[in-house]
Design a protein around this ligand. Structure first.
Ligand code: AMP
Length: 276
């Protein structure tokens, strides 16, 4: 496994690499959710590449960029074990050198949900993913359904800017109790970890109500709200039931809908979603 820090060195490795090449972009602190993407990239491509970069431009000024969990040694051991060929682990200066001044704005799809609650977040995501896809030039790039809106943003970006990758969306990996795996779960105390289960429970409630014939989205949102607010540790950012293709909020569930939510458990902001 080659661990590469510079764009120039990655270009050389790219020229020598067998194709097709699959890329898994990550911010590191790898867990089984990330590794599911890595295993899939390994299976489907002659070369498996992973990027590890905690991207400062997708964090707001009051967010956790400085304290975001990092463990490069453990990450590299997991990737080596999974049979990854190339790891791109650039410094912030390598990705954003002095004078850097170009930003990608994906428009409407990035303005809702996470975009509304985390100003500038998707400008940061779109800019760094655009750079990664341009540097790495993967045939396939793997993203998790856990970050459903990010997948839509990346698909839009890839299509609009002709970046040429096949975007592969992989299912959300959960702990046995239903909590979606996230690098940020390490922030949770034991009590908060229990409170965090309300995210998944509320999504399951939405699925259940819908499967019983309920199509009134405000009613389902209300029931989810009631379930989550039984925990005093939970503070809801948003609960959304939206058209899964364009993220327009729905009154009636009459097409594939993305049920998604962001909830603060103590100081930790968690997101989760399901499609119904
Ligand atoms: P991150 O390091 O949080 O930026 O995540 C890197 C990639 O892994 C993104 O495409 C995420 O959507 C994906 N990912 C993170 N957590 C999970 C999970 N629990 N299940 C599936 N994919 C995930």
């Amino acid at each position: 496994m080659q661990v590469i820090e510079s764009v120039a060195a990655f270009r050389q490795a790219y020229d020598a690499a067998a194709k097709p090449l699959g890329l898994v972009p990550t911010m590191g602190f790898l867990h089984e959710g990330h590794m599911a993407l890595v295993h899939r990239a390994r299976e489907e491509n002659a070369t498996a590449a992973v990027s590890i970069f905690v991207n400062p431009t997708q964090f707001g000024p009051s967010e956790d960029f400085a304290t975001y969990p990092r463990d490069m040694d453990s990450d590299l051991a997991k990737l080596e074990e999974a049979g990854v060929d190339l790891v791109l682990a650039p410094t912030v200066d390598e990705v954003y050198p002095a004078g850097f001044d170009t930003h990608v704005d994906v428009g409407r799809i990035g303005e809702r949900l996470e975009g509304e609650h985390r100003a500038g977040h998707f400008h940061g995501v779109a800019t760094v993913v655009c750079k990664l896809l341009t540097i790495v030039r993967p045939n396939r790039a793997y993203f998790g359904q856990k970050d459903a809106q990010q997948c839509l943003v990346v698909q839009r970006l890839n299509e609009d800017l002709n970046l040429g990758a096949e975007i592969v969306v992989c299912p959300t990996v959960r702990d046995s109790d239903g909590l979606a795996l996230s690098s940020r779960n390490v922030y949770l105390s034991a009590d908060e970890r229990v409170a965090a289960l309300s995210l998944n429970r509320s999504l399951r409630l939405a699925q259940e109500l819908h499967s019983q014939g309920e199509s009134d989205a405000p009613h389902i949102r209300q029931r989810m709200h009631e379930l989550i607010t039984t925990s005093p540790l939970a503070d809801i950012d948003y609960i959304s039931i939206a058209d899964a293709n364009n993220l327009n909020e729905l009154d009636t569930i009459d097409r594939p809908a993305l049920v998604s939510l962001a909830v603060r458990i103590g100081k930790t902001r968690l997101i989760d979603n399901v499609i119904i």
